[in-house]
Design a protein around this ligand. Structure first.
Ligand code: OAD
Length: 247
């Protein structure tokens, strides 16, 4: 990672009035929350995260999928926002029109105090009726070792309120995220593999509309060649350099 690229990225951010920070699982990786590309450990080593995060997996074995989400909730409950979340939080103090568009379901951006957070893939701590009776809420952790019956209809099971592979995003979230990208003057895409559509189309939209896009990722992604500035490194190392607390 060259100092000149860091300086150029910091300058783009400094001049920005309406940045969009687009985040993926890599931003929470330094908090100890594994990304969807990391191999699972312990009991979950035998499974692939992507094959558990589907409606088909839930139909086949609701308790297994529920237990997997309880495991992820446990990791997130124990974890704390890291230097990357803190750096993104600090940007809020200086730019009034900051929008965070995140694929993460852990709530760290909201916890750190970012006000405008569009959580494209939902919130892991909420649950809703699998059959869609409309019930949604938080279930006490003590009751949740098996997928509970929905308290609304008492027929279906509860599932986590996250978007699984093969499911649609909430339309309101897509509309708001697209509007934010169209209105932004710079996008920072950080910790995302760019492999999961439709979220992955947002940086492409920014590029198509001529917005500068800064990518932060330790590994190249399909999007790297199109980025205006590609910064190779961990979010917790790079973001504090391009979002410094004092200019
Ligand atoms: P992925 O798990 O697909 O990719 C994580 C990205 O983070 C990879 O490109 C890594 O190189 C990068 N990365 C790892 N450690 C990092 C670090 N310390 N700093 C910066 N980057 C780092 O995550 P997403 O792109 O968020 O969807 O994936 C999108 C969606 O796919 C997720 O929201 C989830 C997932 O499966 C659903 O559950 C529907």
């Amino acid at each position: 990672m060259k100092d000149a690229s860091i300086r150029q990225a910091a300058e783009l951010i400094r001049r920005s009035h309406s940045p969009v920070v687009f985040t993926g699982a890599g931003v929470s990786q330094e908090s100890g929350v594994p990304t969807f590309r990391d191999a699972l450990t312990g009991f979950w080593e035998q499974y692939d995260a992507q094959s558990l995060a589907t409606p088909e997996a839930f139909v086949a074995d609701p308790d297994l999928v529920w237990a997997f989400y309880e495991y992820r909730r446990g990791l997130i409950r124990k974890a704390k926002p890291n230097a990357a979340h803190i750096a993104i939080g600090s940007l809020e103090e200086r730019v009034s029109n900051l929008v965070i568009v995140t694929q993460n379901v852990d709530g760290f951006h909201q916890a750190i105090g970012n006000r405008e957070v569009i959580a494209l893939h939902g919130n892991i701590f909420e649950n809703r009726c699998f059959e869609g009776c409309g019930w949604m809420g938080i279930v006490d952790a003590k009751e949740t070792d098996k997928a509970p019956l929905c308290p609304g209809c008492r027929k279906s099971r509860l599932r986590p309120n996250v978007v699984w592979f093969g499911e649609n995003l909430e339309e309101d979230n897509i509309v708001r995220a697209t509007a934010a990208v169209l209105a932004c003057d710079v996008m920072v895409a950080v910790g995302t593999s760019g492999l999961v559509a439709p979220a992955s189309q947002l940086p492409e939209l920014a590029i198509l509309r001529g917005k500068p896009v800064i990518e932060v990722n330790p590994k190249p992604t399909p999007f790297t060649p199109q980025a205006t500035i590609a910064l190779s490194g961990k979010a917790g190392d790079v973001l504090p350099k391009i979002f410094p607390p004092v200019w």
